[in-house]
Ligand binder design. Sequence first.
Ligand code: ARG
Length: 284
Amino acid sequence: MKKAIAFMMAAAVCFSMAACGNNSAESKPAAGGADAQVSASETESTDTSANAEEAAGGEEQPADGKALIMATNAAFPPYEYYEGDEIVGIDAEIAEAIAKELGMTLEIDDMEFSSIITAIQTGKADFGAAGMTVTPEREENVNFTDVYATGVQVIVVPEDSEIASPDNLEGKMIGVQESTTGHIFCSEDYGEDHVQAYPTGANAIEALKTGKVDCVVIDNEPAKSFVEANEGLKILDTEYVTEDYAIAIAKDNEQLLKDINEAMAKLKEDGTIQSIIDKYITAE
Ligand code: ARG
């Protein structure tokens, strides 16, 4: 069904992996992210007229003037993960800054990554911010804001692994996080029988450590975080092919798309977004 698009993406990523480049395994603040557990948090909307009044210059209010509800999967450091009971990270802080720009409060609803788009479509959440890659297939179901960050799929292996490049993945068992671009790419390229999908990247890494899979394909920044938090793993050098991360919004909520894009433009302009990214990702 969605094969053509998935295949195109798979081919692009695969090519980039094969091309090889400079993905340094040097990494940075792990912040214990690998241990972050997903625990669905039920959110209560706090509706205040003060919020509603200020928001979006009196135009149609996002979420009917209630708090903005962000859907995410908080097991993806440094973009979203738990620090104690609190969900922190790049996406959480950018969303917070956007909500503030719009004169609204922010609530974060943690769920499986595969549920985020449905949550947006059904109005359970106002938007999704989850290191989510813009893909043509997803664009059929949601609108994406302007891009705020970039990522790349990388391969994590045990330090003594015989896997040295994507060419060695044929016939191997690959761990991925369910419904991610890594999942789509690997299924198309190596066959579904060779891909094991887990609810979180941390679960996939756990499976790698116990030998249930031979490698994990995941976005580069979470990969660095997991490798830092777990002994004996490394990231293969692959060329950086960038995937664009953006915020997903319901197709019928054009107003919120416009509001968030405007807020984001301002936060890019005044350096807020870059400083949030720099806080979590140190330059290599
Ligand atoms: N960038 C990848 C994708 O969009 C993975 C995102 C996973 N995000 C998360 N919060 N678990 O498919």
